[in-house]
Design a binder for this molecule. Structure first.
Ligand code: BDR
Ligand code: CA
Length: 359
């Protein structure tokens, strides 16, 4: 994170004006604000997960140690196969490791509405994909990788939190060895955003609230990148058309897989644009200067039908934070705003890096 950033009295992350707008300048060095990071990317691939994988693979400041999969947007077979399809198509070195096939409570309901039958927008024939994978489960891979690199590994989780919760349950002490955690999921209500699968629940959290609550209750540096920011930068057909011109095959791939997703969003929200939720989490890691954040405690509701999967955000300085129940919970941070033009510009610039690679 930039050393120039500081938290003001309201807990908003402040950055100098020039720094915040630097990524908007097409001639500015893309790496200006970033620090070298070893990451594990936990995905339920998923159309927007696919873009996040591409960015994690190409960003020069990221060392992608592994891509772990989890059931979510699609079942675990599809999520793993889709990740392998992307790995082979774009010559990604990082291994793909298969993870949980059901949430902690054992009940998985597959949703084919948003990401298509195959989870990747039904845009490609993936039947010939080589689906061989290392013989280790995702949560064991996470434990081993973190414990072998104490203090060095950031986990970016852009699907349900099942693999992370399984890792904590197996070895709670691994939490102290994690550098940081970035979660795409939930909503703190900063911009009136609450839920996308119920009035108060976001998909990733709703799919496995028990797991998410274990993750939010752990005492590690965690940032929630929720719907508060991820709906701020819609990607229209025209954005992908430009991406084809600037990035070639990688742009074409994203356009193809996003067609189903854009149609789904049009039906659901009445706007013909998709949202790159998962890349937003990665962008927070790469360019925290384009976000503002607030510090607070986060509880996930596992209770009733109506609030199930809700992320309840309690600001750290509010008197509520010392009430029973809240007192024991660790302080995390949640993204409150994003410079959406900077996000879209940076997204394009990372995908453009594939232009000169042989795909
Ligand atoms: C999240 O749910 C999934 O549909 C997306 O991949 C993203 O991780 C958005 O709510
Ligand atoms: Ca996802």
């Amino acid at each position: 994170m930039s050393n120039e950033n500081h938290i003001n009295r309201r807990g908003v992350l402040m950055v100098p004006l020039m720094t915040a707008f630097l990524p908007l300048l097409s001639s500015s060095p893309i790496m200006a604000q970033t620090t070298h990071r070893k990451i594990i990317l936990d995905v339920d691939t998923g159309v927007d997960d696919a873009a996040a994988i591409l960015i994690a693979n190409i960003a020069p400041s990221i060392e992608l140690l592994g891509i772990t999969t989890v059931n979510g947007n699609t079942n675990i077979y599809n999520a793993t196969r889709n990740s392998l399809f992307i790995k082979h198509k774009f010559s990604i070195n990082a291994p793909v490791i298969k993870g949980a096939d059901k949430p902690i409570n054992g009940i998985y309901v597959e949703d084919k509405k948003f990401h298509g039958k195959d989870g990747l927008g039904d845009a490609y024939d993936m039947s010939a994909t080589n689906v061989s994978i290392p013989n280790i489960t995702a949560h064991d891979f996470i434990l081993k990788t973190v414990n072998d690199n104490p203090g060095d590994v950031t986990i970016v989780s852009v699907g349900p939190s099942t693999n992370l919760a399984l890792a904590i349950q197996k070895d709670p002490s691994f939490v102290k060895n994690v550098h940081s955690v970035v979660i795409m999921g939930g909503a703190a209500g900063f911009n009136g955003q609450m839920g996308n699968v119920s009035p108060v629940a976001e998909f990733n959290i709703f799919t496995d609230p028990e797991a998410s609550d274990i993750v939010m209750a752990a005492d590690w540096p965690l940032t929630m990148v929720g719907l508060d920011v991820t709906y701020s930068a819609p990607t229209y057909d025209s954005y992908f058309d430009e991406l084809i011109k600037s990035a070639g095959e990688a742009g074409q791939f994203l356009k193809n897989i996003n067609q189903y997703y854009i149609n789904s969003y049009e039906k659901d929200r009445g706007v013909r644009a998709s949202n790159q939720h998962d890349s937003m989490a990665l962008m927070y890691l790469l360019h925290p200067e384009i976000f503002t954040t607030r510090r607070g405690k986060i509880k996930v509701s596992t209770e009733s039908v109506f609030s199930r999967g809700q992320t309840i955000f309690c600001p750290e300085n509010h008197s509520f934070a010392s009430q029973e129940g809240w007192l024991e919970r660790p302080v995390h941070q949640a993204c409150a705003t994003v410079n959406s033009d900077a996000f879209l510009n940076l997204f394009r610039r990372y995908i453009n890096m594939y232009k000169n690679k042989e795909i």
